[in-house]
Design a protein around this ligand. Structure first.
Ligand code: COA
Length: 261
């Protein structure tokens, strides 16, 4: 991959790209530069065949991402704010709709835009010290990068309403109980666990994995009939070499050798 960034670190190993939001002195707050670079990075993820899956995490011990960079809000009028919200939503939709798995490894505060970024990923794992919340109402704001929608999808209406209206933070244990994260783990084991999870997923047929992602996403897309999408995605599998290889390998009692074709 790709170029050198100013606000992101990236590291590609065994097909797993780790993207680290790297503004620890500002608790990795999402400013315009982070958005631009995340956008470029996700384009590279789509184009680069060496990348099979992605981990998004934050630099330092304290934060995943502590929100949108509040210092960039003062200069905005209503139209500027709507443009920012749309841009954030578009970039996060790129993550959500990535055909390659993207997981968030939440290593501390995931607040506001940070919680929204984590929720745009396909699923989340977190360290025991992680904290989640949408504190925008403290600032006279609401979430603007899809938070009201994805939080409701992930934890249900009642809990989403309470978190959004109260600005309360929840700890990793509650996030697990709410279904916001899939597992919680010691901070020092977080990235290793993310890699272990993705190594397993990367051993599966990539086009089938992509079909799972698009079909699950279709169930939240009001323009799409998710069941019909699944029918087509299921059918598409039968046009792949990997489906022939996977079924043959099972019948021949051997390990499948998937090629992503
Ligand atoms: N935007 C811009 N800067 C931020 C930020 C954000 N969302 N979150 C933290 N920072 C900056 C702080 O201003 C501070 O910068 P400084 O050292 O130049 O003053 C630095 O990051 C460290 O944060 P600080 O507040 O000193 O750490 P803390 O441990 O006392 O508190 C938080 C941690 C997360 C509770 C607190 O930073 C916070 O509430 N952040 C904002 C969360 C938020 O409202 N997010 C939604 C934004 S829409």
């Amino acid at each position: 991959m790709i170029r050198k960034f100013t606000t992101l670190l990236h590291h590609l190993e065994n097909g797993i790209l780790t993207i680290t939001i790297n503004r620890p002195e500002k608790l990795n707050a999402l400013n315009a530069a982070v958005f631009t670079e995340l956008d470029i990075a996700m384009d590279a993820v789509a184009e680069n065949e060496a990348i099979r899956s992605v981990i998004i995490t934050g630099a330092g011990q304290k934060a995943f991402v502590a929100g949108a960079d509040i210092s960039e809000f003062n200069s905005l009028d209503k139209n500027g704010a709507m443009d920012l919200s749309q841009r954030g939503q578009d970039i996060f939709a790129k993550i959500e709709n990535s055909s390659k798995p993207v997981i968030a490894a939440v290593n501390g505060f995931a607040l506001g835009g940070g919680c929204e970024l984590a929720m745009a990923c396909h699923f989340r794992i977190a360290s025991f010290n992680a904290k989640f919340g949408q504190p925008e109402v403290n600032l006279g704001l609401i979430p603007g990068y899809g938070g009201t929608q994805r939080l409701t999808q992930l934890i249900g209406k009642g809990r989403a309403m309470e978190l959004l209206m109260s600005a309360n933070m929840i700890d990793a244990k509650s996030a697990l109980q709410y279904g916001l994260v899939n597992l919680i783990i010691e901070p020092e084991d977080l990235l290793l666990k993310a890699v272990e999870i993705l190594n397993n997923i990367n051993s599966k047929a990539p086009l089938a994995v992509a079909g799972c992602i698009s079909s699950v996403n279709a169930s939240f897309d009001k323009q799409t009939n998710g069941f019909r999408h699944e029918v087509e995605a299921f059918g598409n599998c039968f046009d792949t070499a990997d489906m022939k290889e996977g079924t043959a390998a099972f019948l021949e009692k051997r390990k499948a050798n998937f090629t992503g074709k």
